[in-house]
Design a protein around this ligand. Structure first.
Ligand code: SF4
Length: 177
C-alpha cells in the first residue's frame, strides 16, 4: 500500500512539474491526501478525494488525480475542484479560494452515482469490454497516443491543449484526422 508520505510527495512533484502549488492550509491538505490514499487503497487507483467515483477504472479514468479537469480549472479559477492544486496567485493571497463549478460532464457524474438509466449503464458496461465507446487519439504535437472516450483536456506529456488531439481511425489503412 502506498503511504501518505508517498502520495503527498507524488502530488508535490506533480505540482512542481506543472508550476502549481499544493493547498497552503496543512489540515485541509492532509485531509485531501488521506482521501487520495483511501481511494487508492479501496480501488487500486487514486481517484479524486472530493468526487464520488464508481470504482470502475474506465469510468473513473478522467478523475484519477490529477484529473483531466485540473489544468483548465487552475487556469480559469486558480485551483482544482478540490483545491488540492492551486496557482501561485492563490498561495500569495492575491486570489481567494472558493467553491468552483464542476467541469466533469454530468453524464459521467450520474454514471458514477448510479443515476444513469439502467439501459445506459448496461450498454456502457458492455462497451467496457467491447471498447465500442473508446477511440484512439494522438497528440499532434508530441505523438502521445491514448485510448479513451474523448481526448484529454491537456496532453499529459507536452501539455498541448485538447484541440491539438486528432483521432486515429483503424481500418485497412490507418487514417489520422
Ligand atoms: S480535483 Fe484536484 S484533487 Fe480532485 S482529482 Fe482533480 S486534481 Fe486531484
Amino acid at each position: 500500500m502506498t503511504s501518505l508520505e508517498n502520495i503527498k510527495r507524488r502530488a508535490e512533484n506533480n505540482a512542481k512539474k506543472h508550476g502549481y502549488f499544493l493547498n497552503p492550509d496543512p489540515d485541509f491538505l492532509q485531509n485531501l491526501i488521506v482521501g487520495l490514499k483511501e481511494n487508492e487503497d479501496r480501488y487500486g487507483f487514486a481517484s479524486c478525494p472530493c468526487r464520488l467515483g464508481s470504482g470502475n477504472f474506465e469510468w473513473d479514468r478522467d478523475i484519477i488525480c490529477p484529473c483531466d479537469y485540473r489544468d483548465p480549472d487552475v487556469e480559469e479559477f486558480g485551483q482544482c475542484f478540490c483545491a488540492l492544486y492551486v496557482s501561485k496567485d492563490v498561495v500569495e493571497g492575491k486570489r481567494p479560494m472558493q467553491p468552483i463549478p464542476e467541469r466533469r460532464p454530468q453524464e459521467k457524474v450520474d454514471r458514477a452515482i448510479g443515476k444513469a438509466p439502467e439501459k445506459t449503464v448496461k450498454s456502457e458496461a458492455v462497451s467496457e469490454t467491447s471498447d465500442t465507446n473508446r477511440k484512439l487519439f494522438y497528440c499532434k504535437v508530441c505523438g502521445y497516443v491514448t485510448f479513451r472516450e474523448e481526448p484529454p483536456h491537456k496532453c499529459p506529456i507536452c501539455q498541448a491543449k485538447q484541440e491539438m488531439f486528432g483521432e486515429i481511425v483503424l481500418g485497412t489503412d490507418i487514417q489520422v484526422r
